[in-house]
Ligand binder design. Structure first.
Ligand code: GDP
Ligand code: MG
Length: 378
């Protein structure tokens, strides 16, 4: 099957658990491909709208389409439509797609359907799964304590099981000994995957990965024994909160956006910790009203980690728009009250108005397609 334009894009899916570094890696990959003269489009994905990842991609001046309200596998048609819009807009040769971080079974529900149904439009690159080494050591029982319950861990392992490339990211955060222990553990448990080690934040160690994404085709097989009841239970244990907040007053007193953003994340973290829950990812952007390119971004990826700024605002501001995306193994109502208490703590000097807030547990995954086997592979 060929499109009217005859255009074929390389579909590069970068999976991995919440907070592993998928978006940071995608932005690195986008820069790497672009510097080699390739046109790149991005597709971001989430269970809800108002995405920090999309705001970040736009701030990097990249062509991006967002699929909100469900994962790629459950909104497969939206994925293909998003690709079509990008094709019209900028005819990307590389489509970088970030699935929801609590999603798995992507070979059966996304890669194989793309190959079999839309093989004229897409070549599928190997499926990558990015891991945060500290989180991976906890989940695989190699080091560290605390974390998620059994069915959330089940999703984490299933993600790794279908990976063709496992990227041990954030190598800057671990010792050589920890890295070696993780490498050995991953190689023993997931022997079919190629291992890459690097740091998306500083861009080191990733060239062999990007070269493979450009040169190789996916030969992944679908997970053959996935239990959708466990998967659905794991998903539903994760509480989701996406909120948009107006901060400050146009023309009013100026304030330090970078510092306030860190304060807000630190208060939310403390409130979730007091209630005894594990944060998977808390991310936020603070942008100057009406300017998508001027923003601060901050994240934290474990309850016992502090917030880190990854992008800074150059100047103080009077009014800004805060986007918060929080995923934790907690009742969503706990997440909402953590947000409200963090905003209350700002006091009268920085007025905060929540303009949009969704908090929920993701529903059972019901994929549009689920294909298995190797039929149709070139
Ligand atoms: N130290 C370190 N932090 C990283 C690295 N890559 C990503 N991060 C941070 O990890 C957090 C989550 O990253 P993000 O790309 O949003 O993860 P995603 O949820 O998988 O898309 C952010 O604070 C990033 O700045 C890395 O190589 N080293
Ligand atoms: Mg992301």
């Amino acid at each position: 099957m060929t499109t009217s334009s005859g255009h074929t894009a390389r579909y590069v899916m970068i999976g991995g658990f919440l907070g592993a570094g998928k978006t940071t890696s995608m932005l690195r990959a986008a820069a790497w491909f672009t510097s080699r003269g390739l046109r790149v489009g991005l597709v971001t994905n989430d269970q809800a709208g108002g995405l920090v990842d999309t705001a970040l991609a736009r701030a990097h001046n990249l062509a991006v389409e967002e699929i909100a309200g469900g994962c790629f596998c459950c909104r497969f048609t939206s994925l293909v439509e998003a690709a079509s819009r990008l094709e019209k807009e900028s005819a990307p040769e590389i489509l970088l797609a970030e699935p929801v971080g609590s999603c798995t079974d992507l070979v059966a529900t996304v890669s194989l359907p793309l190959e079999r149904i839309y093989g004229d439009r897409f070549t599928v690159a190997p499926l990558s799964v990015v891991v945060d080494p500290l989180r991976a050591m906890r989940v695989l029982g190699i080091g560290g304590v605390g974390g998620f319950s059994a069915n959330v861990t089940y999703i984490y392992r299933k993600q790794l099981e279908e990976a063709e490339i496992i990227v041990i990211n954030k190598c800057d955060l671990v010792s050589e000994a920890q890295r070696a222990a993780l490498r050995t553990g991953l190689a023993a448990e997931f022997p079919g995957a190629r291992l890459i080690e690097g740091s998306a934040r500083d861009g080191t160690g990733l060239d062999p990965w990007f070269e493979a994404l450009l040169a190789d085709s996916s030969a992944a097989t679908a997970i053959d024994d996935i239990d959708y009841d466990r998967y659905a239970d794991g998903e539903s244990l994760l509480g989701w909160l996406n909120a948009e907040v107006r901060l400050g007053v146009p023309g009013g007193v100026e304030w330090d956006g970078n510092a306030r953003l860190v304060d807000i994340l630190a208060s939310i973290r403390a409130a979730v910790e007091r209630s005894g829950h594990e944060i998977a990812h808390l991310k936020a952007t603070l942008s100057v009203e009406g300017d998508a390119f001027e923003l601060a971004a901050a994240n934290l990826v474990r309850t016992d980690a502090g917030p880190e700024l990854s992008h800074r605002l150059a100047d103080p501001l009077d009014a800004g728009r805060l986007l918060i995306n929080l995923r934790a193994e907690a009742d969503p109502a706990v997440l909402e009250s953590a947000l409200r208490s963090a905003l209350d703590a700002l006091g009268d000097e920085l007025p905060a108005e929540i303009v949009h807030c969704e908090h929920f547990r993701p529903g059972r995954p019901v994929p549009t397609h689920r294909l298995t086997g190797l039929a149709g592979r070139a």
